[in-house]
Design a protein around this ligand. Sequence first.
Ligand code: HEM
Length: 318
Amino acid sequence: MALKLFSVMIFLVLNVSFSKAALDVHYYDRTCPNAEKIILEAVRNASMHDPKVSARILRMFFHDCFIRGCDASILLDSTPQNQAEKDGPPNISVRAFYVIDDAKAKLEQACPRTVSCADIITIAARDVVTMSGGPFWNVLKGRKDGRISRASETITLPAPTFNVSQLIQSFGKRGLGVKDLVALSGGHTLGFSHCSSFQARLRNFSSVHDIDPRMNIEFAQTLRQKCPKPNKDRNAGQFLDSTASTFDNNYFKQLLAGKGVFGSDQALFNDYRTKWIVESFARDQSSFFREFAASMVKLGNFGVIENGEVRLNCGVVN
Ligand code: HEM
């Protein structure tokens, strides 16, 4: 009897500490049946005018979820009293917030006060992947928007200089494993980086090596030309893979050839804990697509809050 009571108590404790807002694929079926269609249309329109939108939205989702969970805290504007995440150093280069605002404005017309900004980012991130040739998956919905956003917290985002232990730790803190780390890093199949994020690899890398020895030497020369020193062009940089507007497994093939742009990318091929996963994704695009979709769902569940709100305007709390 005592044992039974003890097991029930353990069950209750576990259940309480692991409970989180229940997300559901059908969350808006009755309250806003066209929600996903409206979001897709906004994303598609924006991408037609600006092909950079896809990469920007995918990165926005990652940065939102890593700080305070997927609660759209990245969309809140700074106020005189508070510098928000948007203005934190790693987020200065995150753009395309207007696409989410545009979708939100249309959703407020179709079904007022119903679809959270956090769900809009999550659905838009799936859409840009699918539109770019990547996998489709069903998005769980029902997230609420947070009321807190602090620029100082963005310092906990992983840096492009991280080694694999640091990356594993950073992802682990968000409930993501080693396979998730490698699959999600495949997000770098899309988009662009400014020189500032990788130029330390190109000159005076260490006391022994001028160039990061893990980097393909011809690739290093190309990057040096793109990022001369001193570099007067603040917009200069490099596409993260040679097919940067197509979602494919080319990013992993490039790591095998020493052509990862960031130290944190190339490190994945140079560490026994992650190398075999990089190799398997480079060999088999469909396994990358499967794992990427699964890891995006997992990332989208991180830190989802129950006591938030559905913001009326994604840039300000209600
Ligand atoms: C593993 C740790 C990661 C690090 C250290 C990292 C770092 C960076 C850096 C430094 C940039 C370039 C910023 C710039 O110079 O403009 C970048 C771009 C980008 N990142 Fe990551 N990232 C990581 C993971 C991810 C994940 C998990 C995703 C999505 C699933 C992602 C998606 C992107 C995309 C799409 C871009 C291109 C953005 C654009 O073209 O505007 N990254 N990342």
